[in-house]
Design a protein. Structure first.
Length: 365
């Protein structure tokens, strides 16, 4: 293989000027040297790798690199693609890191893999990737606790994590792929977002009125300062509204609903959302904040067609009549119970942390 520049020895600095051009099998090859710094303002075209550095390497690119593999770096390396810089890789990827360590990529330019293949890859290191430019192609994070922020950039591809607790930051649509039992993964989004399978947590950023939706997994979904609609879907979820007038819909599973600040609404659309077998807990129901429990979508009388409203009977016992709704105070908790079949037993069961003197005005019936 031919080399444009072959680096021997650690801690060398290579500067490629704006009017320089390198065409070779490998443009700058320093894979066997550590602590090497390469700055490219020119053009590099190669059939193997554009720039390769070993451990603790630094690559700064404001020129153009076109290669089978654009930039390869060892563990604990940093790659910066500046505004106007272009790194275009083929089947070997545009940027890849090797070895166990903490790696960092900052992109303010253009990074792409031909044919939408792998743009960025780090199989075993802990990656921090900040994209304020454009990335086209897959980002494969691999093992380690990785961080990928593309909230101020353009990303066209999939982001796939591996083992470790990974964090993804976005301002729009982002396709995240995670496998089961690969850590606790989090998406932070400043736009409405729905979690993919095996991504456990969603945090809404900013103050906009946006929404968050979970998956079939056990999710933790946290709202922002705006008015949010949070839906847990399946799984045992924890929904946290944050500030704002929020709507929390736990869905199936044993959910914890925390409205936090603002006037919040806790919505139950089916008896099975919070039943005598699997019940939800409202952790911070507040009269002072005018919180509401919305049961309007539940048919309180199974024997009559249509959607019948519950009849609130306060703290009285059930009378064996369909559609009654009551509450009782127990030690440290208030239990809301609804009888939809008239057998005198609770079918709908919702727990409220603390003791509350409930009235019909606390409900949408």
């Amino acid at each position: 293989m031919s080399f444009g520049i072959y680096v021997v020895g650690d801690k060398n600095t290579i500067n490629i000027g704006a009017k320089s051009s390198i065409t070779a099998g490998a443009g700058v090859y320093a894979a066997e040297a550590n602590g090497v710094k390469v700055s490219n303002r020119g053009d590099i075209a190669s059939t193997n790798v554009g720039i390769a550095v070993g451990e603790r390497g630094t690559v700064v690119n404001s020129g153009e690199i076109m290669s089978f593999a654009g930039v390869g770096a060892g563990a604990d390396s940093t790659v910066t693609n500046m505004a106007g810089g272009r790194i275009i890789g083929g089947a070997g990827g545009a940027v890849s890191f090797a070895g166990v360590g903490s790696n960092r990529l900052v992109n303010d330019g253009f990074i792409a893999a031909a044919g939408g293949l792998i743009a960025i890859r780090d199989d075993v290191g802990r990656s921090t990737i900040i994209n304020t430019g454009t990335i086209e192609g897959a980002v494969l994070l691999g093992a380690g606790n990785d961080f990928f922020d593309t909230s101020k950039g353009v990303f066209r591809g999939i982001a796939a994590g591996g083992t470790g607790d990974d964090t993804y930051v976005t301002s729009g649509k982002l396709t995240v792929i995670e496998a089961d039992a690969e850590g606790t993964d989090t998406v932070r989004s400043s736009a409405s977002f729905t979690l993919a399978a095996n991504v456990e947590a969603l945090i809404l950023n900013g103050e906009a009125n946006i929404n968050g939706t979970g998956s079939a997994d056990n999710n933790v979904i946290t709202g922002n300062a705006g008015n949010n609609v949070l839906k847990g879907m399946k799984g045992d979820d924890h929904l946290r509204g944050g500030n704002g007038t929020d709507t929390l819909v736990g869905g199936a599973g044993a959910d914890i609903l925390s409205g936090q600040g603002g006037t919040d609404t806790f919505v139950f659309t089916k008896v099975s959302d919070s039943s005598a077998v699997v019940s939800d807990m409202i952790s911070d129901f507040s009269h002072q904040q005018h919180d509401t429990i919305d049961l309007a979508a539940i048919d309180a009388n199974e024997l009559v067609s249509g959607n019948q409203a519950f009849k609130f009977i306060g703290g009285a016992e059930f009378h064996g009549k369909l559609g009654e709704l009551r509450f009782e105070k127990q030690v440290g908790v208030t239990i809301v119970q609804g009888d939809t079949d008239g057998d005198g037993d609770a079918d709908l069961v919702i727990a409220l942390q603390g003791n509350h003197q409930l009235t019909k005005f606390d409900f949408e019936l």
